[in-house]
Design a protein around this ligand. Structure first.
Ligand SMILES: Cc1cc2nc3c(=O)[nH]c(=O)nc-3n(C[C@H](O)[C@H](O)[C@H](O)COP(=O)(O)OP(=O)(O)OC[C@H]3O[C@@H](n4cnc5c(N)ncnc54)[C@H](O)[C@@H]3O)c2cc1C
Length: 762
């Protein structure tokens, strides 16, 4: 029994002091990725999250699907899903949760953090105080957990603010901005008109519904709005919409999105319950009779609050022009996506999105405060203008950058230096190399890895895929939209493409060969050649012999243009680095087949050619007059992990009929090795939304599931079965000396050849 008599002094709550190498505040996807990356690099990390679950806006408390450069596969950013740790998390979530249950995604994240012994996780702990050692350095942060009535003070040489509102950066005095810049400051045509459009993006709150199979009545709380039918956007509501499909239920952009957050939430509750009252009781939705509310958000998703200034501020031109930066460490590719501050009450469209032609890189200088010596920034608070933030704020972009922060922290600690010290042209290369070893895929960055023993090996393979066309399958596709086969074509070469089409009646169809003007993107903004074919009724072959060639090696689009009276034959074969796209509409990401912004916005006009998700999106059954040799073993050595716009598949692909594909590495003299890394094709084109949206498979079909690694004497060093991850890191029990390694892969899919992007040996 505990008996304490009255004390006239105040009592203090229990105090726990934690010393670590890095303190990460905020457990959204950014905080989680920064913490795990640093922990895996050997740092002791304290991760402090004020909510009971991890994931922030991606958690079951808010239920947003995490997105990034693939933009629901609705833009021209081919093979652009974020790499490294966040991809590992997405593939794990796919394996367990292809249906997109937000509760299961919580457990995927929690397990990932729980398994890192270097992380001390404090849930339900809100940081409310910062102590500075001197003017420029943070010494500790303090938070309180109401669940165990404990105050935690966490000290470390390095801090990362991933809290969304920037509680640490704010309290330690860092320069920040809130609201939109003028057009002039960064020469941003898309900077909003403050009076009319507003300054800030608001919060949103969602609900899920459930069919009980019998009529359910509903009485709204007295605070629910009574005039939901007058909301300009109520016409967007479709019965059965759950969670983030209701993203337009937005409010608060005219308020202080930090200090008035509770007021904003309450207004959103009024709106949500008012909408449901309207649905259930207005008589306009008779099919809603059996529906009930299953879940309503209790904390709002916050879109925007403070943005902190680093040594560089990302701006519109970085995105539109895909400017390269010497210190690129991450990439983005979501549209610049701004919302009217009046949210659900606004007369404007719920959002305005303008896409770039390709992915843009994000400089390391955006990820630390320009004022504080030991403070990293991660997530939506990084150093970006309001317009650029409109793109960089999506969670996979945030997580990707946070991986760079976690890795930078490990280098800072190892070399006893500060975040800014890594931003020099020399130092940054160490960080970029370390990130790329973990699969970050920084765009257009080639950094030789001299320690990788593969660079000294001779590579042999059992076979190499030569692309001469796709064998015809049984499916045909009506040309409701222009459809294109994306192919890595050489410069100055002429090709002949043969398709099989079927016309409903005599008609004509145009075939175009398109490519991109710049090597930085996949947008087909340039017609190289075209021909119109007269078709008779019925099936026929169509041969497109090009008479003009592209000037540089590039992925090109062989497009059969729209004609609803014509069908084209498809193939069941799928191959790494080859895919089809359509000139189709995807309203969810403001893709109406093309974008044509007003000139003053200073964003490009172009067409969208986008993929369909499996099981659709089959390749065209086409035949070439000569093979395309783009799948050789040399690709395993170039360090790249995904196809790139300048016409490189970057993959070794085995022949389709090779049932026992093998790669052999041979060294002139024996080498000592301890670590082997394999990088498989996890289909970086497929957007792996975490929540709500289901996916066709639990394992990406291009990933090799089963394989064996043997040394020069034929000893099995490792046997793997059931792999579903992109990166396999094999740590051998002891250093092994050998003059060769053989990788024996099992082919699992009849119509998909085995492929691999990279092998590393250290
Ligand atoms: C309604 C809405 C729709 C959006 N749509 C999408 C979308 O479809 N896909 C997409 O990818 N992105 C979307 N975004 C953007 C994206 O969700 C945010 O920009 C993103 O969550 C930012 O990630 P973050 O890690 O910085 O912040 P968060 O995800 O907010 O994570 C920060 C975490 O820090 C915690 N925290 C805050 N203060 C403290 C403190 N004092 N102490 C400890 N912890 C603290 C928070 O509780 C939170 O869990 C949307 C945002 C909103 C609000």
């Amino acid at each position: 029994m505990i008996l304490e008599n009255y004390s006239s002094d105040k009592r203090a709550t229990k105090l726990v002091v934690l010393n670590s190498n890095l303190v990460v505040v905020g457990g959204g996807l950014s905080g989680v990725c920064a913490a795990i990356t640093a922990a895996r690099a050997g740092l002791k990390v304290v991760l402090i999250q004020d909510r009971p679950v991890l994931g922030g806006n991606a958690s079951s408390e808010v239920r947003l699907w995490s997105l990034g450069a693939t933009s629901h596969m609705g833009n021209n950013n081919r093979w652009s899903r974020e790499g490294g740790l966040i991809n590992e998390i997405l593939l794990e979530n796919l394996k367990r949760n292809k249906e997109g249950n937000p509760l299961i995604f919580d457990t995927v994240l929690l397990e990932k953090v729980y398994e890192e012994k270097n992380i001390t996780l404090l849930l339900n702990t809100a940081v409310y105080e910062v102590e500075k050692g001197d003017d420029k350095k943070i010494k500790s942060v303090t938070g309180f957990c109401s669940q165990n009535s404990t105050t935690y003070t966490a000290t470390a040489p390095l801090f990362c603010d991933a809290s969304g509102d920037g509680i640490v950066a704010f309290m330690s005095g860092a320069s920040f901005r809130m609201g939109a810049e003028s057009k002039e400051e960064f020469d941003e045509g898309f900077a909003p008109n403050l009076e009319d459009y507003g300054n800030l993006l608001g919060h949103s709150l969602y609900f899920y519904t459930k069919d009980l199979g019998r009529p359910v009545s509903y009485t709204a709380p007295s605070f629910a709005i009574k005039n939901a039918e007058e909301l300009p956007r109520i016409k967007n509501y479709q019965l059965g919409d759950h969670g983030c499909k209701l993203w337009w239920v937005e409010h608060g952009g005219r308020l202080d999105t930090i200090h008035q957050s509770e007021d904003i939430k309450f207004e959103l509750w009024k709106v949500v319950y008012g909408i449901w009252d309207y649905v259930k009781n207005s008589g306009k939705y008779p099919e809603a009779a059996n529906l009930t509310l299953e879940w309503v958000g209790t904390i709002p998703g916050k879109r925007e609050s403070r943005r902190f200034e680093g040594d560089y501020m990302l701006a519109q031109k970085d995105i539109v022009e895909q400017r390269d930066h010497y210190d690129a460490v991450a990439f983005g590719g979501w549209a610049m996506d701004l919302h009217p501050a009046d949210g659900i009450y606004s007369k404007h469209n719920s959002c305005t999105q303008w896409h770039g032609k390709g992915v843009y890189s994000i400089p390391y200088r955006c990820y630390y405060s320009k004022d504080l010596d030991n403070l990293f920034l991660a997530g939506r608070i990084i150093s970006a203008s309001h317009v650029a933030f409109g793109s960089s704020r999506v969670m996979l972009t945030c997580a990707h950058g946070a991986q760079a922060v976690g890795k930078a922290a490990s280098i800072c600690l190892e070399q006893n230096c500060l975040p800014r010290d890594l931003s020099t042209k020399e130092k940054i290369k160490e960080l970029q190399l370390a990130l790329n070893r973990d699969g970050q895929s920084i765009p257009r960055l080639e950094i030789p890895d001299n320690e990788d023993l593969v660079q000294q090996a001779v590579v042999g393979t059992s076979s190499t895929f030569q692309f001469k066309g796709f064998n015809p399958g049984n499916d045909w596709q009506t040309l409701t939209f222009g459809t294109a086969q994306l192919l890595p074509l050489k410069a100055d070469e002429y090709y002949s493409f043969e398709f099989e089409v079927e016309a409903e009646e005599g008609t004509s169809v145009e075939v175009q060969l398109k490519s991109s003007i710049a090597c930085t993107h996949f947008t087909p903004d340039h017609i190289i050649d075209s021909q119109i074919f007269q078709l008779k009724k019925g099936k026929q072959k169509l041969v497109f012999q090009t008479t003009k060639a592209q000037k540089t090696e590039h992925y090109a689009y062989c497009c059969i243009m729209k004609n609803e009276k014509v069908k084209v034959r498809l193939s069941d074969e799928r191959v790494t680095g080859l895919m089809t796209v359509q000139n189709k509409v995807n309203k969810a990401v403001s893709n109406y087949g093309r974008q044509d912004p007003p000139a003053e916005i200073a964003v490009d006009s172009f067409e969208f050619w986008t993929p369909e998700r499996r099981p659709a999106g089959k390749n065209l059954a086409l035949t070439l007059d000569r093979p395309i040799a783009a799948f050789g073993a040399d690709n395993l050595l170039n360090g790249q992990l995904r196809p790139e716009s300048h016409g490189k598949t970057n993959a070794w692909v085995a022949a389709m009929d090779d049932e026992t594909p093998e790669v052999k590495l041979k060294w002139e003299t024996p080498v000592d090795l301890k670590t082997i890394k394999l990088f498989f094709d996890c289909d970086f084109d497929h957007a792996l939304e975490t929540t709500l949206m289901g996916h066709p498979e639990e394992v990406i079909p291009f990933v090799v599931a089963d394989y064996r690694i043997k040394d020069g004497s034929g000893n099995i060093l490792k046997e793997v079965t059931g792999n579903y991850q992109a990166i396999n890191t094999i740590e051998l029990e002891k250093v092994t000396r050998t003059d060769s390694l053989t990788f024996e892969f099992a082919k699992k899919e009849e119509n998909i050849p085995v492929s691999l992007f990279k092998i590393s040996v250290y």
